[in-house]
Design a protein around this ligand. Structure first.
Ligand SMILES: Cc1cc2nc3c(=O)[nH]c(=O)nc-3n(C[C@H](O)[C@H](O)[C@H](O)COP(=O)(O)OP(=O)(O)OC[C@H]3O[C@@H](n4cnc5c(N)ncnc54)[C@H](O)[C@@H]3O)c2cc1C
Length: 479
């Protein structure tokens, strides 16, 4: 069957626009499809561009280095010096990420689709992708509804799936051992946020800091997740929480409550003693929104026959922070580049495309399975243990290193001397040492990432076994 395009990129969000730009820069004939109109490019749901909008400077720099696009105001809405994580008792504050930005998400997305068009990409808004076109079990295109709700079917040699969390492409691929169809509910955070203005009734940098993003760990306010207060320009704030279902259910049961995500967000806003009288900012109809984020390692393979996936469709958000903008940007660029190279080499076989897996792992993905274990461990701690752990178990430097997926040597003997008070603290520390060991092991496993699709199955099994063990050892225990 002849192809209409070399490459179809489905979804013009964080990953998709960059995948299209990078593929076009590589010389390919590229089609970019998105269900929204151009003004609403990248909008995730009817709720808007639901996100905390925080991204590390390193990822923005990666865009400039790889595809030559320099971002600035207005899409880089506000500069932040760092991201700080606070313990539930507010007595400990760890630096989690360095310099970065909060984005104006709608403006960023509109800029990126116009950059794609400048690169010669055929951008078709108002095209809903409904599924893959298959021929003898091979993926040869996508089908869906166009702007007049007429059926379309378009063929290409490579498809890059950037449709986000609920991708209609990934979930309708033929059954295969490479790309998972579904994501376990235990690995999903239900999240929501408001973009709003407030009256600032006093100053306290633990609750609102115009120069830093703040994360509040608190298993009662945000069971299995966290709350955040991220500064934006002109005194605006992005405020929200993420919760994990099992943790929320357990918390509700123990406290005899029936709280929902929506209720908990409002309680979190109310809890903040600095910010009062919220006025939701409805610019771009993007004031209030709810959506889900996967917080596991990215899928073990991001490649199938004629198919690459990037961003949320491949569960790329960081398992600890749920930060998915950076990995979506990196993956979009690398997927577009690899697909264009395959077209130039006239070889779109899985073996050729496989290098996208190793490129993404080298750039970002090697650490995420370890971070998944760290997340599972954190979700097993109640507020008292988090408070105790943040003041006794790790130094600030060690905690920051672990949040980056590094595994510093923990001085077990000296820590044990400090923590010998209470059996539950000792058990939690032993569990930290176990999690630390698993993180190390997973980093080693990722160093041996399969060089080709043939070697994939036993490697995947090794990763799954490690994660399964961690999940069995650390059931959620928020209260
Ligand atoms: C409340 C919340 C807070 C978050 N906070 C942060 C944060 O502060 N920092 C951070 O880094 N990450 C954060 N994340 C995660 C981040 O938003 C995502 O990881 C990121 O948007 C992923 O980009 P993507 O391109 O993969 O998917 P998306 O941004 O979801 O883009 C997918 C695109 O595909 C389009 N599309 C979907 N289905 C179809 C279809 N069938 N046909 C055609 N088009 C379709 C959509 O309209 C959209 O344009 C947060 C997420 C949530 C929900």
């Amino acid at each position: 069957m002849s192809s209409d395009f070399d490459i179809i990129v489905a979804g013009a969000g964080m990953a998709g626009a960059l995948a299209a730009i990078s593929a076009a820069k590589g010389g390919a004939k590229v089609l970019l499809l998105d269900r929204n109109d151009q003004q609403e490019a990248g909008k995730k749901t009817n709720w808007g561009w639901v996100c905390g909008d925080a991204v590390a400077k390193a990822h923005v720099d990666f865009i400039e280095k790889e595809v030559g696009i320099r971002l600035s105001k207005p899409e880089l809405d506000h500069v932040v010096d760092g991201v700080y994580v606070l313990s539930p008792d507010m007595k400990n504050k760890f630096l989690f990420e360095g310099e970065g930005y909060t984005l104006d998400r709608p403006k960023y997305a509109r800029k990126m689709v116009s950059e794609a068009v400048k690169q010669g990409v055929d951008y078709r808004p108002k095209h809903e992708v409904e599924g893959p076109v298959l021929e003898n079990g091979e993926l040869v295109g996508v089908f869906g509804k166009d702007e007049k709700t007429q059926h379309f079917e378009i063929h290409a040699k490579v498809i890059i799936d950037c449709l986000g969390m609920a991708s209609t492409l990934r979930r309708r691929l033929p059954p295969n051992e490479f790309i998972e169809k579904d994501v376990s509910i235990d690995d999903i955070e239900s999240t929501g946020r408001y973009i709003a203005r407030f009256d600032h009734i006093k100053e306290d940098l633990n609750y609102y800091d115009p120069k830093n993003a703040i994360i509040h760990l608190n298993q009662q306010l945000a069971p299995g997740g966290y709350g955040w207060v991220f500064p934006k320009s002109d005194g605006k704030i992005n405020i929200g929480i993420g919760v994990e279902k099992k943790s929320l259910d357990l918390r509700n049961k123990k406290l005899v409550k029936t709280d929902t995500l929506h209720k908990l967000i409002d309680e979190y806003v109310e809890w903040n003693p600095v910010l009062k009288n919220m006025k939701v900012d409805e610019t771009d109809h993007n004031g209030k929104g709810y959506w889900s984020v996967a917080v596991r390692r990215q899928f073990d393979s991001l490649v199938y026959k004629n198919y690459l996936g990037a961003g949320d469709t491949m569960t790329m958000p960081n398992p600890i922070s749920a930060g998915g903008i950076g990995p979506a940007m990196v993956a979009g660029i690398l997927a577009g580049k690899t697909a264009a190279e395959a077209i130039a080499a006239n070889d779109t076989s899985m073996d050729f495309l496989w290098k996208y897996n190793t490129r993404f792992n080298d750039a970002y993905g090697n650490k995420t399975a370890g971070l998944e274990v760290f997340r599972i461990f954190l979700q097993s701690l109640n507020n008292d243990l988090i408070n105790y752990g943040m003041s006794h178990f790790l130094s600030k430097e060690e905690a920051t290193a672990m949040s980056y997926g590094l595994v510093p040597e923990i001085s077990i003997a000296s820590t044990f001397n400090k923590i010998l008070s209470g059996i539950s603290n000792i058990n939690a520390f032993k569990n930290l040492v176990y999690a630390h060991g698993k993180m190390k092991k997973l980093i080693d496993i990722y160093k041996k990432y399969p060089k080709s699709a043939n070697e994939f199955k036993p490697w995947k099994q090794m990763v799954e076994n490690e994660i399964k063990e961690a999940k069995a050892r650390f059931p959620p225990n928020p209260i």
